[in-house]
Design a protein around this ligand. Structure first.
Ligand SMILES: [Zn+2]
Length: 477
């Protein structure tokens, strides 16, 4: 399926809908289904016949089978529909099928279609002498062969299903379209033939039009559940091991040393305390990522996000300075208020804190009262100067940092699914498991290195403070 551009999405409330899911458009009637998850289980019996007899014989026999089924008015291709027929009709269905197909071809399906799913099928095809492992392998092979909607075996199945609908009279073909040609000539060609490039999409889109409402999601779910149980997971781990260079880290450390040794004239200014405090905080986080080698870890990403937030606060404050002369004092007071809120609740006994908690209320109290008596410290529950992060990034001309880097890292900070999936879940490579993901219990998965992006933020930080403090000659901004 072609990717849909962002601009083609439709905004409603706080959700951007795709043209296919727009609740006022197609989405109102479309039920989401994917070939393997929802449709394939219904047609596994057809897949087994084509796979077992080969395309040519399989097609011929299936054509006769459909004709005979139609004569008895039981021509339905979906297993869930067959299983809903009366017991006599089901028996007749499989008697007709086995006139053309040996029982052992359809026997592997009894591993999945157990008696609690359908006794008629099971009794008709189960053979005590059959090898269960071979049957499972056969099913896995088939599922692998037609796992995607564009696979050749998938299209062959669609072709047979289309014929069910032609012969049972539910598909009316208009003669002025190419479809009749595709339907009558498809079986004569091998998949390598040029003309099949035109036939295959036609066969599949006809199938899609017919089948969307006729398949049972519950049945598919039930079959996939058994498939999941009869075979093991095969989790795939992606391990990132890039060469790490420490070059920039060494330079950044030297810059910090230089800053520590200079600026004696500024050290009593609140502005200096705030700007250099934020810079040290950013550098310190960067240092933790490097020294503790967190670059491929979840914590690396969360730390990177905090570097970004701190950097944008820094840049925003410096930008606002011309308009709000006491911006640095306000920034400190806002922070003291944040601490005061927590500290006061602890002090007033709203909650009793465990002895070994990270929080030390004495230190918090000290910080709250540092600049002025806490009686004068206001508490804000909103953003600093009421400006949200998005706006701050925009005002600082850092839209890309917000829209790409910050939004991505937020998934990790907030434990949102994309981040969970990327870091803590592994894709299972067993086609019979419909490519589900499994928890990474043994922490084998790691993430792409965050050092390059962290360096980028460190460089931006230096470039920003360069208008206020002098950077060393060896560091060219
Ligand atoms: Zn699995």
């Amino acid at each position: 399926m072609d990717k849909i551009e962002l601009s083609k999405h439709i905004k409603q409330g706080d959700t951007f809908y795709t043209p296919f899911t727009d609740p006022n458009g197609m989405g109102a009637t479309l039920s989401l289904s994917s070939w393997a998850k929802c449709w394939l289980p219904e047609f596994l019996w057809i897949a087994l016949i084509i796979h077992g007899q080969g395309r040519k014989r399989g097609f011929e026999n299936l054509y006769h089978i459909i004709e005979e089924l139609q004569n008895s008015e039981i021509a339905v291709p979906q297993l869930s529909k067959v299983f809903n027929l009366s017991e006599d009709k089901q028996k007749m269905f499989w008697r007709i099928v086995t006139k053309y197909v040996k029982k052992d071809i359809l026997a592997p399906l009894t591993v999945v279609v157990t008696p609690d799913i359908n006794t008629v099928y099971y009794n008709h095809f189960f053979d005590f002498s059959m090898n269960i492992d071979d049957s499972i392998s056969m099913l896995l092979e088939i599922v692998k062969e037609c796992n995607r909607f564009h696979d050749e075996l998938t299209t062959d199945i669609c072709f047979i299903v289309d014929w069910f609908y032609v012969l049972n009279g539910r598909l009316h073909i208009s003669a002025d379209l190419d479809l009749p040609k595709a339907l009558t000539e498809y079986y004569q060609h091998s998949h390598e033939d040029e003309v099949m490039k035109m036939f295959r999409p036609m066969i599949r889109s006809t199938f899609q039009g017919l089948c969307n409402l006729d398949c049972s999601k519950d049945f598919a779910r039930c079959i996939w559940k058994v498939m999941g149980e009869i075979s093991e997971c095969n989790p795939l781990v992606i391990v990132w091991e890039e060469e790490i260079t420490m070059d920039f880290y060494k330079i950044a450390t030297d810059v910090m040393e230089y800053l520590a040794a200079t600026n004696e004239d500024k050290k009593m200014e609140t502005k200096y305390a705030v700007i250099m405090g934020l810079t040290c905080y950013i550098y310190r986080i960067y240092q933790e990522i490097v020294v503790k080698q967190l670059q491929n870890d979840i914590s690396g990403r969360i730390l990177f996000r905090t570097m970004l937030e701190t950097y944008i606060n820094l840049k925003y404050l410096m930008k606002q300075e011309s308009e709000v002369s006491d911006i640095y004092e306000r920034f400190k007071a806002y922070g003291s208020g944040k601490y005061k809120l927590v500290m006061a609740k602890i002090r007033e006994g709203k909650y009793s804190l465990s002895e070994d908690s990270q929080i030390d209320k004495k230190i918090m109290e000290l910080i709250v009262n540092e600049d002025m008596d806490e009686a004068f410290v206001n508490m804000s529950v909103g953003y600093f100067d009421k400006t949200g992060f998005r706006t701050k990034f925009q005002k600082c001309g850092e839209d890309e940092l917000y829209e790409i880097y910050y939004e991505y890292a937020t998934n990790f900070a907030h434990g949102i699914w994309g981040a969970i999936r990327e870091s803590s879940m592994l894709i299972c490579d067993n086609p019979a498991h419909a490519y589900h993901s499994v928890p990474d219990y043994h922490n084998e998965q790691n993430l792409r290195n965050v050092l390059g992006d962290s360096e980028m933020v460190m460089k931006k930080t230096f470039a920003t403070i360069a208008t206020y403090v002098e950077l060393p000659d060896f560091y060219a901004v």
